[in-house]
Design a protein around this ligand. Sequence first.
Ligand SMILES: Nc1ncnc2c1ncn2[C@@H]1O[C@H](COP(=O)(O)OP(=O)(O)O)[C@@H](O)[C@H]1O
Ligand SMILES: C[C@@](O)(CCOP(=O)(O)O)CC(=O)O
Ligand SMILES: [Mg+2]
Length: 328
Amino acid sequence: MTLSSAPGKVYLFGEHAVVYGEPAVPCAIERRARVEVQQRDDGRLRVNAEDLSLNGFTVEYGATADARPDVDVPESLVTAATQYVDGAIEQVREVTGAEEAGFDVTIESDIPLGAGLGSSAAVVVAAIDAATRELGVTLDRDELADRAYRTESQVQDGQASRADTFCSATGGAVRVEGDDCRSLEAPELPIVIGFDGGAGDTGQLVAGVRDLREEYDFAAHTVEAIGDVVRNGEDALADGDVEEIGRLMDFNHGLLSALGVSSRSLDTMVWAARDAGAHGAKLTGAGGGGCIVALDPTEETETALSFTPGCEDAFRAELAETGVKRVE
Ligand SMILES: Nc1ncnc2c1ncn2[C@@H]1O[C@H](COP(=O)(O)OP(=O)(O)O)[C@@H](O)[C@H]1O
Ligand SMILES: C[C@@](O)(CCOP(=O)(O)O)CC(=O)O
Ligand SMILES: [Mg+2]
């Protein structure tokens, strides 16, 4: 039995635009997915994922595409729920050459699903790490991040960035621009998260931005403008200027909103945070529903969010210094 954990993340800047080669700065947070893997000798894959949004279910199915899970829910829901884990195991079989390997996979996670905190990347990174180690293969961090990226890219129809998976594998604050992935020195940031209890489908939201960008030049320019915000944000991070980081987060939210990926509840939480005196606030991740990230060293934003209709949970998040790790 092998167990690994990997952290989720918030985007300080740059989600969506990063898919088209602009830079982005995600930051790992101390909310982790833990994936336990046990090899089995019949080549089958059994996934036990109590947190899945189908009210929690256990699926057991074979290695071949025709052997689908025997659960009484629509096929599309099952696929949406299982595709990241399926993809991760496919990568493990490929990279180890153990094409027939079967596994029992058990997932336990503190990261809400589809909420912009990178649950998919954390699950994929931890699953690939645990399953390869279970087969006696240790991937270095970059290869692990790359295999996890390939999984996200496949699920998102070829439209994914390396940002979430690199951040989850590495921990800390990172900067990703195309294939260039590196760690960043970041000041201590007073991160507050508001969660509306909802979720967005990353693949669909990414496809929506892609279509807008192809249809309208001004949407393409909006994506480029996000890149400019990120570059300014990097300077503010290097200077440790939290007020300026906040101002740029506000701007970044406006541009994401223009691209159609915000929602009423995300906007409501963003405004509640700003009204409470946060330095800045924006949605994080793909959007559509889920989480916002705000910066506030005082208790005001967390308190205001906890009284905001439509906000289900408000909490402070610590930076996760460590990315993927083995759990003994
Ligand atoms: N605890 C979990 N157990 C099983 N699968 C999970 C878990 N958390 C996330 N996933 C997978 O990740 C998907 C959500 O990823 P995504 O839409 O990218 O949102 P996000 O990464 O922002 O949380 C889920 O539909 C599921 O396939
Ligand atoms: C929208 C995007 O930039 C980030 C998605 O983050 P999340 O899956 O919503 O946590 C997509 C990507 O970078 O692959
Ligand atoms: Mg994701």
